[in-house]
Write a protein that binds this ligand. Structure first.
Ligand code: NAD
Length: 265
């Protein structure tokens, strides 16, 4: 699928899953609008790498906005710039997210607020901003990256699980409000994907249990993911690409698992 005329905004795309999704869309020659944290040099390297992914003769257009998505005013500012500088987006992929693990009694209140703001509210704000233009153009794709934790829970992840269940609900409402238009809104619910977000959890597990990283990795997978394999982040990008295809035009409001069997146990 060639996407020369499409503009895709991927939040949290300077690392992990978001960066892998960006790569997949760059290969299809879409204009890639990145967002996420990173030093100037890191962002420059990412932009250069993505620009060269193209199969066309000219480099892919790749830009980056450093908005802190936990801040609604920063989101508004970024979305205004995206509209002014690129004429809005055709494909919106809400991916930015963070994790914090703690029993609920000691869960820091500021972490709760930060996780809800970034993992849930930021998607409300970006969707609210993008929809009018998608409606005007008569085409749009919204993909929210939730998690298996949008469907089931684990202890010590109250804010994360609440935010991801919220995303699944928000997706359904947006799907209903756009059902008669050529716009779809879906959630992808990945199981474990080996990114910095999960590496931190493996390290903590290894330290807690006095285990090697290999042992802690096995334990992490064995506890939840029957396939005993991580989900490949590029496969998530390819799934996003499929959701942008004509074949997926009647998939909307769905929470689509990609979890090696985690949620069928
Ligand atoms: P990651 O830590 O590798 O990447 C997170 C991205 O979000 C980075 O680009 C980071 O700069 C950006 N980010 C963080 N705080 C931000 C802020 N305030 N404003 C803007 N950007 C910010 O994590 P990942 O594993 O790639 O996770 C991406 C998404 O996938 C998250 O929503 C996460 O919940 C979800 N997810 C991850 C897994 C997994 O196993 N890794 C599984 C299911 C779902």
């Amino acid at each position: 699928m060639k996407l020369e005329n499409k503009k895709v905004l991927i939040t949290g795309s300077t690392s992990g899953i978001g960066l892998a999704i960006a790569k997949v869309f760059a290969k299809q020659n879409a204009t890639v609008i990145l967002n996420g944290l990173g030093t100037i040099d890191e962002i420059k390297t990412i932009i250069a790498d993505l620009s060269s992914q193209t199969s066309a003769k000219v480099p892919v257009k790749v830009v980056h906005y450093d908005a802190d998505l936990a801040n609604p005013l920063a989101i508004q500012d970024m979305m205004n710039k995206v509209q002014k500088e690129h004429g809005g987006v055709d494909i919106l992929i809400n991916n930015a997210g963070i994790q914090y693990v703690s029993p609920i009694e000691s869960f820091p209140k500021e972490k709760w607020d930060q996780i809800i703001a970034l993992n849930l509210s930021s998607s409300f704000h970006t969707i609210q901003h993008c929809l009018p233009l998608m409606r005007q153009k008569g085409w749009g794709r919204i993909i929210n990256i939730a998690s298996t934790h949008g469907l089931v829970a684990s202890p010590y992840k109250s804010a994360y699980v609440a935010s991801k269940h919220g995303i699944v609900g928000l997706t359904k409402v947006v799907a209903l409000e756009t059902a008669e238009e050529n716009i779809t809104c879906n959630t992808i619910c990945p199981g474990w994907v080996l990114t910095p977000l999960v590496e931190k959890q493996i390290k903590a597990k290894a330290e807690e249990g006095h285990k090697t990283i290999e042992e802690a990795t096995y334990d992490l997978l064995a506890e939840k993911q029957p396939s005993l394999k991580f989900v490949n982040p590029e496969n998530i990008g390819e799934f996003c690409l499929f959701l942008c295809s004509e074949a997926a035009s009647q998939i909307t409001g769905a929470a689509l698992s990609m979890d090696g069997g985690w949620t069928v146990r």
